[in-house]
Every structure is written in structure tokens, then in C-alpha cells.
Design a protein around this ligand. Sequence first.
Ligand code: SF4
Length: 271
Amino acid sequence: MRIGLASPRPILQPCSLEGLTYQLDPYVGCEHHCYYCYALNRAERDWREEILVHRDFVHRLRHELAGLEPQTIYMGWNTDPYQPAERDPRQTRQALELLAQRGFSVCILTKSDLITRDIDLLAAMSDPSAGVSIAFQDEGVRRLFEANAPPNERRIAALKVLKDAGIRTYALICPVMPFLTDLEALIERVAPFADRIWVYPLQMETEKDRNWQYIEEILDRRFPELRERYREIAFSPAHPYWAGLQRRLEELQKKTELDLRIKLWNGEQKR
Ligand code: SF4
């Protein structure tokens, strides 16, 4: 894996998540290269070959934080902060050190158990939260779509370690892949270790997008019977498939104590 330098750009970026103003990605690009990744459509490089780091990362981040009130920063929006490269440049750890020193906190998302290395820094913050994303119950199917990311067992084990350390935890089941994501089984698997569970669908924008082209190629090769159904469902937030799943999960929520946040169906949007 080559690690290049990114062209100069602000490290702190606007964050559209409720209650958060900024997010930061310590890396530009993600070695995990999940084939469904939405950020792939804006990738500057082929992430299987090269990712980028910010020049003078710590210095510039310190400068950008200088005028801000301490607040929670989201990490993990466009890239995984704990992708394999983090073992050496350690830009995520450096960012956390700086944020902790300045009284900031984080909401952080990853697919890697490397996050447990930084529990000391998370524990030094005020009310941080940490989550793992997960999309498949079946390991063979998972490898088709995200072969470079750590297996589910390691993510769930990391969630347990974080929870045991007193960190607020969440699981993000995303993207829900029609007929391939075993949603209820995944919820049952993460529930003991996640204080909250978010569920988001696969939502494609255009057939020209890189992630759709990868998905389509995998479906053609391994699940040809699903290809046309995906074309109907994945581009349509208001499709009855999502409404049905949403209802199933709402029933599940009523029967359990789970803190389930379901974003599967948007009946207002048209294709
Ligand atoms: S880990 Fe996240 S950011 Fe990285 S490729 Fe996968 S979905 Fe995209």
C-alpha cells in the first residue's frame, strides 16, 4: 500500500449528523475498500493501491481547533480511522491525543478492533461514543463485499472491550443488503455489546456510480437471481421492501428493550 500526501484541504469538515457540527477523517481514502462504500464514488485514488495522508496533520489540526469551543467531533465518515495504515502513521491516535488535551470528545466509527488500542484516550474524554459497522452475518458473503476489512468476530469483540471499559457503544448495521443481510440475526449478535443499534439501507444514487458497478458485478457473478431485484430496490428509498423491513424491526423493538434507530424506509422520497 502506497501512502501519498493529500493536496491541502481543511481537516475539519462539516458534519450533517444531528447534534454534531464537525467531522474529521485522518486519512484520505480507505484500504478496506468495501465495494458498497458510498465514499468510493468520490475517491481520488484506487484505495487498493494508495491512500493519502494530510501534510503536517497535527500542526494543522491544532490550528483548526484553536478557535472552537470543545465539542464532540465525528470520526469515520468517509474513511475508516482504524484502517491498517493507522498502525504506522497513527494519525487517528494523534488526533485523539490532541482532541483529548483540548477537552473535545468524539463519536467514532470503525470496522477494526485496532480501536481498542486507544481506549486510554477515549476514556480521558467526556462522554465519547464508539461504534462498529457490520453488514453481513455470513462470513463468506461478507468477504465478497468487504474482503479487506476485519471479520465480524473481531469487530464484535472490540465492541465488548469498549463497553467493558465504560465507553458508550453502538453498532451500525449498514448497508442492509436486500436478501443478503440477515438483519435480525445481526441485531441479536451485536445487542449484548451495543448500547444503541442503527440500521441503514443500501441506497444507490445512479447506475454510473462506482459502488453500484462493483455490487452489480458481484451480483452477476454470485447471485444473478438478485440482480434485477436490486435494481428495483436499491435505487428506491420508498420501495415496499424497505417498508416491510421497517415494520418487522418496529415489531421487534416493541418486544424488546433494544435502543433501535431504524432508517430503512423513506416513504416521502420518490425514485
Ligand atoms: S470501512 Fe467504511 S469508509 Fe472504509 S471502505 Fe469500508 S465502508 Fe468505506
